[in-house]
Design a protein around this ligand. Structure first.
Ligand code: ADQ
Length: 501
């Protein structure tokens, strides 16, 4: 069977549809976020199955509603149910209070509760149940992101011999950061049980390999060009970097739709035709939103001639609202926006327009097209799709991308974007000033360079390359050999963590 004939089974923490179940009500609505933005076009094109949590405990009404919804789609959804307690320790706890901050390089924000790890192990078992129930021989099972790093280990320990691939959407930290994880060896041993592992950038892949070398006893690492093959506990895995992307053609087509053209006009009228500096983010401390607002304030302070002529639009999609830190961040952003608007605003001009909600794709593309500058300044980001969406939408070859050098996207877009250090307020102000004054011809030349790259390296190519290289890697395993030390140590520690609690 050829690779592209295999059924695609996506496994991720959340389904692309959220279900809000009240006592007498049930509402389905699409999820917002980078993973869904990237994978939905792939499944919509190829069909297949998506396994993920619904965000709640078992509810037969949810099962029925999802079945009805699937009947109208080319792919099916398989819900995984977690109790409130399981979700609290796995999702809020281990995933978002340990792995997320640690992997984004902020260990000071980590809360290493031991009960979180045990919740993480349990949840990975639940997802494994979902895969076992849905998997058919010959499927390509593609696991996504940091919530499910133990899944291959759990499935292998149950005897599953399916092809298992993993894509890591967030940064992978260097050894001196990763080593703080109390379960570092278990995690690396489990990751090594996948057949293929993909990372966003060469730096993430290098960091992962460096962590394996330092912390996984008995691992063997082979290099073949840009790819690596590792062998641990008698299993081989191929490792590579595959920068994720966007559905370029869809965004470019949407950009000239009547809804978007009307949207651009409405936005421009609404802000009195001032130049727009646009920020679009999930509400997260890694996205650098307060730092960005501070830079905008410094721009207004040091360049008073711009007041009234430039407006910032910051769109924020609500995220992880049950975690106190995220609630505090929301408050901090709201206070900063209101302080800047109070201090610098004047009749007829609001310095910052702040939207806290999930907007439709057409609205988003209208904002991308109406903006003069996209200010994409995460403190650390696996890739950042907003940067690529902005470029793909600019069918007019205009607009300037000011991009954090700490976003994965900077590796690919450095020839067209103005790169900044988001911690360097003065540097961001200078880049913004340059962007606002940039000639049409320079904007065009930079934007064309970025668009050409994204057109070619679009999300379909990303999925194809990952799947075909992963497929080839399994077919050509490295020669058998004896590892330096016994890998059974890792297997038994993991078995203890996942089964022996
Ligand atoms: P995210 O952290 O979610 O993704 P990002 O890549 O920027 O970050 O994607 C955000 C997505 O949400 C974009 O597609 C954007 O259009 C959408 N979005 C943002 N605000 C919105 C709003 N208000 N309304 C509607 N849509 C909105 C994770 C990693 C990233 C990585 C992606 C994909 O953290 O680094 O790029 O996965 O791998």
């Amino acid at each position: 069977m050829k690779m592209d004939e295999r059924r695609l089974v996506v496994v991720s923490n959340r389904l692309p549809i959220m279900v809000e179940a009240g006592e007498n009500t049930l509402r389905l609505k699409p999820s917002c976020g980078g993973l869904v933005s990237a994978l939905l076009p792939i499944l919509s094109e190829q069909g297949g199955c998506w396994i993920g949590a619904t965000g709640g405990a078992y509810d037969h009404r949810v099962v029925d509603a999802l079945k009805r919804w699937c009947a109208t789609q080319d792919y099916s959804l398989v819900p995984v149910f977690l109790t409130a307690a399981e979700s609290a320790s796995f999702y809020q706890g281990c995933s978002n209070e340990i792995i997320w901050p640690l992997f984004h390089g902020v260990p000071s924000r980590c809360n290493f509760g031991p009960e979180y790890w045990s919740g993480y192990c349990t949840a990975n078992e639940r997802f494994a149940d979902g895969v076992e129930g849905a998997w058919k021989s010959g499927d390509f099972v593609w696991v996504h992101d940091y919530h499910l790093m133990l899944l291959a280990h759990v499935l292998r320990s149950r005897g599953a011999d399916c092809r298992l691939a993993y894509f890591h959407h967030i940064p992978f930290p260097p050894p001196d950061v990763f080593e703080k994880l109390p379960w570092r060896m278990e995690m690396l041993g489990a990751l090594a049980q996948f057949d293929t592992l993909g990372f966003q950038t060469a730096r993430d892949r290098r960091n992962f390999v460096a962590c394996l070398r330092r912390w996984l006893p008995g691992v063997r690492i082979y290099r073949g060009g840009e790819r690596f093959v590792i062998r641990a506990a008698g299993h081989s895995a191929a490792i590579g970097n595959y920068p994720i992307s966007v559905d370029y053609d869809d965004l470019a087509a949407e950009a000239t739709s009547p809804a978007v053209l009307a949207g651009i006009e409405a936005i421009q009228q609404g802000i009195s035709r001032a130049s727009i500096i646009l920020g679009v983010d999930r509400l997260d401390y890694t996205k650098g939103i307060p730092e960005r607002l501070t830079a905008f304030e410094a721009l207004l302070k040091t360049h008073p001639e711009l007041r009234g002529h430039v407006t910032m639009v910051q769109i924020v999609v609500p995220s992880r609202e049950s975690i106190p830190e995220y609630k505090e961040l929301k408050l901090r952003i709201e206070m900063t926006v209101s302080k800047i608007n109070g201090e610098y605003g004047s009749p007829g001009w609001v310095p910052i327009h702040y939207l806290h909600r999930c907007v439709s794709r057409a609205e988003l593309v209208a904002f991308y097209r109406a903006a003069h500058v996209a200010l994409v300044t995460p403190l650390k980001d696996g890739m950042n799709l907003v940067a690529k969406e902005f470029c793909a939408s600019r069918v007019d070859d205009r607009g300037v991308l000011v991009l954090s050098e700490f976003a994965g996207a900077a590796e690919e877009l450095r020839n067209g974007a103005l790169l900044v250090n988001p911690y360097d307020t003065q540097g961001v102000v200078s880049a913004l000033f340059l962007a606002l004054a940039m000639s049409d011809s320079e904007q065009q030349q930079r934007m064309q360079t970025m668009r050409a790259h994204i057109r070619e390296h679009n999300v379909f190519r990303w999925a194809r390359t990952f799947r075909s290289q992963g497929f080839a890697a399994r077919a050509s395993r490295p020669p058998a050999f004896l590892p330096h030390s016994s890998p059974s140590f890792i297997s038994s520690r993991l078995a203890l963590m996942t089964h022996g609690r």
